[in-house]
Design a protein around this ligand. Structure first.
Ligand code: FBP
Length: 549
């Protein structure tokens, strides 16, 4: 494989570990835990993995363990640092016993079910250290939820002598990891399941998980691009740039990019929902900012849009909830199948309430169609396929035309559109993600060695230098509640949305009016790997504001 000079130099980088993981560990157990909601139901569904304590690792005595093998799965969307979780796990497992082997299941959870795997050897691992992407074994979105899948899984796990399976994923994949852990524990199959918190969306976080890995690098990559656009925008002074950024539900990415770049406008879906804004309210807000800047002679600007915003506009959210019910066959609990997309749209339209149909038909044809079509395997609308940035800019243009006729707008409006998602998901991990991910993986080996199952690997205190980071594990059931999914009530990990009373949003809200009117752009530039620590090793603004004492 041909490799770049940067990759050669990065391969030599030794990621940092928390002090407790630099030698043998002992597990210190906290008090019994409870799920964040629906305690009785979650406890009944997870009798073997409910209520376990949070674990913290401290320096301990070396224990000699017999050799064992471990399996690893990358699940869902790519996130920078996935290879470092694997290298951390690889090094951790080998440090326990050099005879231990690590097997990767190919292309996500489907690899476990289909018995598609490869051994991760030291030669292979060395080619991927500190690189972006999930290409070492590939990822996939197959949902692990059925008994027959679990049984197919145990066949290959036994054949390969695998004692523990590590699943790297977001909230949906870790929910499945927990169901699998419970199933194998109930059946006394002797296979442990450990999760690792991944997603660029940043919405897998809570009291125990500070941030999901990949969020840091992805946001820095998008912020570099947004900063470059802002320079261009401020140089030519003739365009409004509508920039959609990934984040299927939560607006953490949009908010972090706004904190880094200070665009004229950043929409936050959670605020749109809380204020019960309509699509027209959102459009009016943007158009007003355009008009205000035009009045100062500034016919240019930037608008950052979270990709999930469409789902947070209350009328559309209600519509999607009904569409989700209608798309599922109640007899099987599975998505209905249709001979063609046209028939699917027609079926859906004839089965929803008149009020929701009116909302659906008020939307542009391509958005209408996307909302009626298939969900991803976890039941999510594929918002990355909806061109919200074009929808909003067209609506803003129309409003400004009307205002022009009324004499309320005296400028020019010309728009450019961008969607930043796939550009950042496989970026080479920042130093933060390189260290954080390696630590998460290494730590997972210690959870395995301590016999834990149904836990997620956690690393805390990450705004401090790495040797002060705290390593441990949190029972996945602690993060769960019951939510409606695919037409049924399901136990799921509660997604972390942007908190409107949290420090990151408050900081943004306190400054955004100035950023809207003035040209207060910040140009963060590319991620740096070598150089002053204030340039190379800073965590996200979100984390810094959340952890500011
Ligand atoms: P995960 O939650 O699996 O990490 O994926 C998140 C995400 O990157 C979203 O931001 C985006 O909407 C989605 O994946 C796109 O999915 P796909 O890669 O299947 O197009």
């Amino acid at each position: 494989m041909a490799i770049s000079n940067l990759q050669v130099a990065r391969a030599a980088y030794q990621p940092k570990l928390p002090k407790a993981l630099q030698g043998p560990v002992k597990a210190v157990e906290g008090a019994a835990t409870q799920s964040v909601g629906n305690q009785e139901e979650i406890k009944a569904l997870f009798p073997n993995t409910y209520g376990m304590p949070v674990i913290t690792f401290e320096a301990g005595e070396k224990v000699d363990l017999p050799a064992f093998n471990v399996g690893i799965i990358l699940s869902g969307g790519q996130a920078p640092g996935g290879h470092n979780v694997i290298s951390g796990l690889f090094d951790g497992v080998k440090s326990l016993n050099p005879e231990n082997k690590l097997y990767g299941f190919i292309l996500g959870p489907g690899g476990l079910v289909d018995h598609n795997y490869m051994e991760i050897t030291s030669e292979l691992m060395d080619q991927y250290r500190n690189t972006g992407g999930f290409d070492i074994i590939g990822s996939g979105r197959t949902k692990l939820e059925k008994e027959e899948q679990f049984e197919k899984g145990i066949e290959i796990l036994r054949e390969l002598g695998i004692k523990a399976l590590v699943i790297i994923g977001g909230d949906d994949s870790n929910t499945n990891a927990c169901v699998l852990a419970e199933y194998y524990a109930a059946k006394k199959y002797g296979v442990q399941v450990i999760g690792c918190p991944k997603t660029i969306d940043g919405d897998l976080k809570n009291d125990e998980i500070e941030t999901s890995f990949g969020f840091d690098t992805a946001c820095k990559t998008y912020s570099e691009l947004i900063g470059n656009i802002q320079r261009d925008c401020n140089s030519a002074r003739k365009y409004w740039h509508f920039i959609k950024v990934m984040g299927r539900s939560a607006s953490h990415i949009a908010l972090e990019c706004a904190l880094q770049c200070q665009p004229n406008i950043c929409l936050v879906s959670e605020e749109v929902e809380a204020k019960e804004q309509s699509l027209d309210d959102v459009v009016t807000y943007i158009a007003q900012a355009v008009a205000n800047r035009a009045a100062d002679g500034n016919n240019f600007g930037t608008v950052v849009i979270p990709e999930g915003i469409i789902e947070f506009i209350p009328a559309i959210k209600k519509l999607i909830a009904e569409l989700n019910e209608v798309l599922v066959d109640p007899a099987t609990g599975e998505m209905r199948e249709f001979p063609s997309k046209e028939e699917q749209v027609a079926f859906v339209k004839s089965h929803i309430a008149a009020e929701n149909l009116a909302v659906l038909e008020s939307l542009p044809a391509d958005v209408e169609r996307q909302l009626c079509l298939d969900r991803d395997p976890h039941g999510n609308v594929q918002v990355s396929l909806i061109e919200t940035e074009k929808l909003l800019s067209a609506m803003v243009a129309k409003k400004l035309e009307a205002w022009k006729a009324e004499g309320k707008f005296v400028g020019k409006f010309s728009a450019q559109h961008h969607f930043f998602g796939y550009e950042g998901r496989c970026a080479a991990p920042s130093n933060y993600d390189a260290d954080y991910c390696y630590s998460l993986g290494y730590n997972a080996s210690r959870l395995i060695a301590n016999g834990k199952t149904g836990y997620m690997s956690i690393i805390k205190n990450t705004t401090a230098p790495a040797d002060q980071w705290i390593a441990g594990g949190v029972p996945i059931t602690k993060m769960m509640n019951i939510e409606r999914r695919n037409g049924a009530n399901k136990p799921v990990i509660r997604k972390a949305l942007v908190e409107l009373d949290g420090a990151p949003f408050k900081f943004f809200a306190a400054n955004r009016d100035v950023w809207a009117k003035e040209t207060a752009y910040v140009y963060p530039g590319p991620i740096q790997y070598w150089g002053p620590t204030e340039v190379c090793d800073q965590p996200t603004k979100t984390l810094q504001l959340e952890q500011a004492k």
